[in-house]
Write a protein that binds this ligand. Sequence first.
Ligand SMILES: Nc1ncnc2c1ncn2[C@@H]1O[C@H](COP(=O)(O)OP(=O)(O)OP(=O)(O)O)[C@@H](O)[C@H]1O
Ligand SMILES: Nc1ncnc2c1ncn2[C@@H]1O[C@H](COP(=O)(O)OP(=O)(O)OP(=O)(O)O)[C@@H](O)[C@H]1O
Ligand SMILES: [Mg+2]
Ligand SMILES: [Mg+2]
Lengths: 256, 256
Amino acid sequence: RPPRIAIINQKGGVGKTTTAVNLAHGLTIQGKRVLLLDLDAQGNATTALGIEKYTTNASTHDFLFANADATAFTKSRYEGLDVYPANVALIRAELELLKLGDDRDRQLKQRLDKANLPHDFVIIDAPPSLGILTLNILIACDYVLVPVQCEYLALEGLTMLIETIDEIRNTHEVDLSILGCLLTMVDLRTNLSQQIIKDMRTHLGELVMKTLIPRTVRLSECPSHGKTIFEYERWGPGARAYEALCKEFLERIEAA
Amino acid sequence: RPPRIAIINQKGGVGKTTTAVNLAHGLTIQGKRVLLLDLDAQGNATTALGIEKYTTNASTHDFLFANADATAFTKSRYEGLDVYPANVALIRAELELLKLGDDRDRQLKQRLDKANLPHDFVIIDAPPSLGILTLNILIACDYVLVPVQCEYLALEGLTMLIETIDEIRNTHEVDLSILGCLLTMVDLRTNLSQQIIKDMRTHLGELVMKTLIPRTVRLSECPSHGKTIFEYERWGPGARAYEALCKEFLERIEAA
Ligand SMILES: Nc1ncnc2c1ncn2[C@@H]1O[C@H](COP(=O)(O)OP(=O)(O)OP(=O)(O)O)[C@@H](O)[C@H]1O
Ligand SMILES: Nc1ncnc2c1ncn2[C@@H]1O[C@H](COP(=O)(O)OP(=O)(O)OP(=O)(O)O)[C@@H](O)[C@H]1O
Ligand SMILES: [Mg+2]
Ligand SMILES: [Mg+2]
């Protein structure tokens, strides 16, 4: 079955959605087939790909609660990239999961395990929290990619997140590993960024991806056009960085 | 009793903590006494004020679940600014609230209503979600201040948030109103920022605060020193903007 990768960080605004969308599209340019699940009720990944949130197509909420056939995903306008869009029903998902009883932590895993998907990778965009929905995502996935904004407050929660992932691996007996921490919105002109990169590499070593994603206005503009960076500014610094990320991602998956 | 103001937005990384901390300190410079409640398990507001998260002092978790006397807050090093710090126990708060039965939505309100506080204002920093803890915060408060990052993806969830606030006012019969939406990380050099300011003022009119908070490196640096912007760079653009916010905040409260 295709490897499943969760894009996770409970710190908000660190580039989870931007990474999920551009990694997913970037991998299709490398010839892979990708299914993107938007499991954040805000539906930013759905919008960033130019997909209508209020379509009648099956949403991630439908997929999660078994109201949709596993292959009822929406085709994005990029060849090889399919999406389960988010909609507001996801706001209730946390309460609905809590009512499920014993298997409430493994609902997403069970749904994905039953699905016979034609994809090479499944990528999941998560909300900025560590609630029962994020727990479902972590238990369902093989790898975690953690975007870390190159800012002081974003470093703070990182240890908490890594400890939470370790705890989940032990108590829920799942084979979950951190593929890497990706530094985002990096501005090499500031001392703060340089200091944070140094601190990260000292404390986390190989876990820190070599690829650095620069802060660029184009990356913050492209969602308003419903385009990924590869369509919006194919050869700019943002697309080149996400292309480098795709290559490093494939190397790390192959080596795992 | 002192008015209670929630700093809320389920979109992550939009400047909730930066606003909560600098507004709270700025108000004490205007001669007010302020209590800041850090209700985000990440504890960013606690750290940004240079307060140890692992102190033995009463935390917001203790305050919320009645294990602490209402006046067991920690004095920050700024005259007139008191804090209930966050700690990791807050991660469990959502599950603990859900187990409380009928009054689970009003736990924070009941605790604050019983407290005899010597402050002029209570400011609450919320996590980036719309779960039961955020619901508790909204039901307990009189006003909501919504920081909105000057980016496209941050606009998306705003309608959802405003609808959620309306719904809470109606179903829970509370007197909650939006004090204003504050545009943060504004970079007037980009078309995106200018477009967003225009869109916001067209759709939301007077709800949009006149004060604009500029993106400045100093504002992202000061939390790493445990200082507010008023101590870190007293007369820079960040401190001047937050000072203007304090004045506009007091005008809006008086006019309400
Ligand atoms: N490298 C970058 N350069 C400039 N802007 C960026 C970059 N990456 C992300 N952004 C912008 O920063 C904001 C936050 O990014 P994004 O929404 O992807 O973060 P997130 O972690 O998914 O947020 P949330 O926690 O709300 O889900 C967005 O407006 C996005 O367009
Ligand atoms: N005006 C500003 N200029 C530059 N950087 C800023 C500004 N406001 C906030 N920041 C930085 O942007 C990041 C996000 O801000 P902050 O943590 O306050 O947002 P938040 O909404 O509280 O995030 P979360 O959703 O995780 O609680 C932080 O690293 C902060 O230091
Ligand atoms: Mg996101
Ligand atoms: Mg915060």
